[in-house]
Each structure stands twice: as structure tokens, then as C-alpha cells.
Design a protein around this ligand. Structure first.
Ligand SMILES: C[S@@+](CC[C@H](N)C(=O)[O-])C[C@H]1O[C@@H](n2cnc3c(N)ncnc32)[C@H](O)[C@@H]1O
Length: 249
């Protein structure tokens, strides 16, 4: 059988949120490639080789996957959430573009998954119900000045803003700076959702006004959604509902 490469999204954590298309690809695979915790979500079986690697080697991982597919293996590169959102799909295409011409004949497909911002939004209500944008707060692959400029423009345009990678141990200051920027540009009552480990047993949701938001409310397992000026809460006996109305007058 000729080789192929699928770049698949495993969703935010729950097995119930893995698509049937991704499950079918995992069943047919001979090789699973990806960051250690994502590969650990795939059950080992006979005939399947797992290739877990560190998260700083995306380029090498992508080239390795392409080389195996070119040699006739059936390779699935796994990402959490959706593979096209701050994840491996773009890394695979960067490696394809830079690699040998023969790689362009490989049968490659991207299999979508439920990205963290959609899973978090659904748990809280519908904070992304009107126009929104997504920004990755990590400055590993771009300068902080660019992140700050995009944040300012997103606030000015009154988007709800989904923040991926808000705060790591290696760079805790970025999210503190983000909160400072919001305090300069938004009112104290701007609503912020902290959604941690969504769809896993450790899931915690917290909705606070900007005045109560603190840097240590976020970590690398947290999705932060900053509401637009229109985002509001429906208080009730159960968990409050956070949503952004569909229209702006
Ligand atoms: C490198 S990005 C990968 C995003 C992934 N491709 C996706 O579509 O969700 C990792 C970031 O996604 C967010 N994230 C991933 N899974 C999450 C979950 N279950 N709950 C909350 N945030 C999550 C966090 O902000 C984390 O730092």
C-alpha cells in the first residue's frame, strides 16, 4: 500500500470530542508522530509505532513524518485541538515547501479537530457569538511588539479575543503585560473567561471582570477569552452564562 500523511486534531481532551474521521485515521496508521502528551493519547497496538518528541522540534518532526510517508508508511501527525490552529499542519507545509520535490506527490490531508477556543466558548455559553479574533500570546515565534500591536488593534476594533498560550513558566510576564494593556484600553468591567483544561476531569471555568483578573489565573492549559464591549453575563442559580449578542446596533 502506498504511504500517506494525515495531520489530525485530537480535540481539547475528551475522547467524546475526537471526530470519527480522526479515529478512523488512527486505526489505519502505522506511525503516530507528535508532541509527547498528544502521542500519549493514542493507545499503543501491534503494528503501530509511536514517535513522541519534544515541543521544540516541530520542523524536524514534520520532516520525519513526510520522509516516512514518502517511504510508504501511513503516518498520522497528531495535534491537540485543531491541527491548523497554532499547531502542526502549518509546520508540515513549511517542511513540505522546503523539502525534496518528490514530497509534493505524497497524499497529505488535514483532519480538523475541535479547537480549544470553541470548546471553551461552548462550555461558558457563546462569548464568540459576534466578531472575534484569536491571538497566540507566545513570543517564541514572533516578537512581543507584534503581539502587543495586534492586541491593541483587536481591542480598538472591539473584537472578542481568544488568547492561546497565555502564560508559561518560561515567560510569565506576557500575560501580566496583556492585563496592563487591557486596563489602559478597556473599562474595569470588561468580562474575561478563564477556561482551564476544558473537557478533561481537571476542567475549571472562571468568569471575572477585568478589575478582578490576575496574571496567575492563567497557565499553559488555559484558554482566555476577553469579551468585547458587548459581552455580558446571565446570572442564574447554576453556572452563569457568558455570551456576546449576535448584533451590534
Ligand atoms: C500550542 S496551542 C495548541 C492549540 C490547539 N491546536 C487547538 O486547536 O486547541 C496550546 C494552547 O491551547 C489552549 N488549550 C489547548 N487545550 C486546551 C484545553 N483543553 N483547555 C483550555 N485551553 C486549551 C491553551 O491556551 C494552550 O496553551
Amino acid at each position: 500500500m502506498s504511504g500517506w500523511l494525515m495531520v489530525a486534531g485530537l480535540g481539547p481532551g475528551s475522547e467524546a470530542l475526537v471526530t470519527p474521521e480522526v479515529t478512523a485515521a488512527l486505526v489505519q496508521a502505522t506511525d503516530i508522530v507528535g508532541y509527547i502528551p498528544y502521542v500519549a493519547r493514542v493507545a499503543p497496538r501491534e503494528g503501530l509505532t509511536l514517535h513522541p518528541t519534544d515541543n521544540r522540534v516541530e520542523g524536524e518532526r514534520a520532516a520525519h513524518a513526510l520522509a516516512m510517508a514518502a517511504a510508504g508508511r501511513r503516518v498520522v501527525v497528531v495535534s491537540s485541538g485543531d491541527p491548523g490552529v497554532f499547531a502542526m499542519a502549518a509546520a508540515v507545509f513549511e517542511a513540505l515547501e522546503a523539502g525534496p520535490e518528490a514530497w509534493r506527490d505524497i497524499d497529505i490531508r488535514v483532519l480538523p479537530g475541535i479547537t480549544a477556543m470553541l470548546a471553551a466558548s461552548a462550555r461558558a455559553g457563546a462569548p464568540l457569538g459576534h466578531d472575534f479574533c484569536a491571538i497566540n500570546l507566545s513570543d517564541n515565534l514572533k516578537p512581543w511588539e507584534l503581539i502587543e500591536r495586534r492586541l491593541r488593534l483587536a481591542v480598538e476594533a472591539d473584537f472578542a479575543i481568544a488568547l492561546y498560550n497565555p502564560r508559561s513558566k518560561a515567560r510569565p510576564e506576557g500575560f501580566a503585560r496583556t492585563l496592563d494593556l487591557l486596563r489602559e484600553t478597556c473599562g474595569d468591567d470588561r468580562l474575561i473567561l478563564f477556561a482551564r483544561a476544558v473537557s478533561t476531569p481537571e476542567e475549571v471555568l472562571n468568569i471575572v471582570p477585568l478589575s478582578q483578573a490576575k496574571p496567575d489565573m492563567a497557565d499553559m492549559r488555559t484558554m482566555v477569552i476577553i469579551g468585547s464591549s458587548q459581552t455580558r453575563v446571565i446570572p442564574r442559580a447554576g453556572a452563569p452564562i457568558l455570551y456576546t449578542p449576535r448584533s451590534v446596533a
